[in-house]
Write a protein that binds this ligand. Structure first.
Ligand code: ADP
Ligand code: TYD
Length: 208
C-alpha cells in the first residue's frame, strides 16, 4: 500500500450527519492536496449500487436478517474489489459513508443476534477493517427527525422507529469501546461547521 493510503469510515444511526461530514472531510482533505475517493455503503460500485436498491427499498419484512447480511456482505465485497482496494493501491484516502460496523450493529445486534456470524463472514470475505472510524453520536429523536426531513424511497430501515434507533446508538457506542484504536466518537448534535472542524482535526492528526 502506498504512503497516505487510508480507509476512513463514518458510522452512526440514520440522520446522525455521516453523509454531511464525509463530504465535508473529503473537501477539506482535497483542499490540502490529498487524493480522496468519497464513497458509500451499501453501494460505491455499479454492482453494489444494484444490491443497494434491492436491500433498501420495499417492505421492511422483505428479507430475513440472514439474507440481508449476505446481501450487504456481497455488496461490500464488490465495493472492496472495484473501488476501495484500487484507490488504496494508488495512495488515495478513501472516505466511506458506512462500512462493516454498520453490519455489526444493524444485522449483528438489532436483528437477531447475528454478531458472531457477521464477524466470521467479514473475516472470510472482506478481511479489512477501517484505519480510522468516526462514530457520529446523536440523540435518536434528533437523528430520526433529521432523516425523516429527507424525502426518498429508501425508508425500509428508517421505518424501524425510535426504539430501534436507541438500540443502534448503544450498539455503535459499544463498538467504539471494542475498537478504541480506530474509533473516535464525535458529538453530532452540534452545528455542522463545529462538527466538521472537530472531524478534520482528528483526521489530519491520523494522516500525519
Ligand atoms: P446521515 O448520513 O447520517 O443519515 P445526513 O448527513 O444525511 O445524515 O444528515 C441528515 C439531515 O440532517 C440532512 O438533511 C442534513 O442536511 C442535516 N444535518 C446534517 N448535519 C447537521 C447538523 N450538524 N445540524 C443540523 N442538521 C444537520
Ligand atoms: P444509508 O443510506 O447510509 O442511510 P442514512 O443516510 O439514513 O444513514 O444506509 C441505509 C441503511 O442501510 C441504514 O438504515 C443502515 C442500513 N445498513 C445495514 O443495515 N447494514 C449495513 O451493512 C449497511 C452498510 C447499512
Amino acid at each position: 500500500m502506498s504512503y497516505g493510503a487510508r480507509l476512513i469510515t463514518f458510522e452512526g444511526i440514520d440522520g446522525s450527519g455521516k453523509s454531511t461530514q464525509a463530504a465535508r472531510l473529503a473537501d477539506h482533505l482535497r483542499a490540502r492536496g490529498y487524493q480522496v475517493i468519497h464513497t458509500r455503503e451499501p453501494g460505491g460500485s455499479p454492482g453494489a449500487e444494484e444490491i443497494r436498491s434491492l436491500v433498501l427499498e420495499g417492505d421492511p419484512d422483505r428479507w430475513s436478517a440472514e439474507t440481508e447480511l449476505l446481501l450487504f456482505t456481497a455488496a461490500r465485497r464488490d465495493h472492496l474489489e472495484k473501488t476501495i482496494l484500487p484507490a488504496l493501491a494508488v495512495g488515495a484516502v478513501v472516505i466511506c459513508d458506512r462500512f462493516v460496523d454498520s453490519t455489526r450493529v444493524y444485522q449483528g445486534i438489532t436483528r437477531g443476534d447475528l454478531r458472531p456470524t457477521v464477524d466470521v463472514l467479514h473475516k472470510l470475505m472482506i478481511g479489512r477493517e477501517a484505519d480510522v472510524t468516526f462514530i457520529m453520536d446523536i440523540p435518536p429523536g434528533t437523528g430520526l427527525s433529521r432523516a425523516k426531513a429527507r424525502k426518498g424511497t429508501e425508508e425500509r430501515f428508517e421505518d424501524f422507529g425510535e426504539d430501534m434507533q436507541f438500540r443502534m446508538r448503544r450498539g455503535f457506542l459499544e463498538l467504539a469501546k471494542e475498537f478504541p484504536d480506530r474509533c473516535h466518537v464525535i458529538d453530532g448534535d452540534r452545528p455542522a461547521d463545529t462538527v466538521a472542524e472537530h472531524v478534520a482535526r482528528v483526521a489530519e492528526a491520523e494522516l500525519r
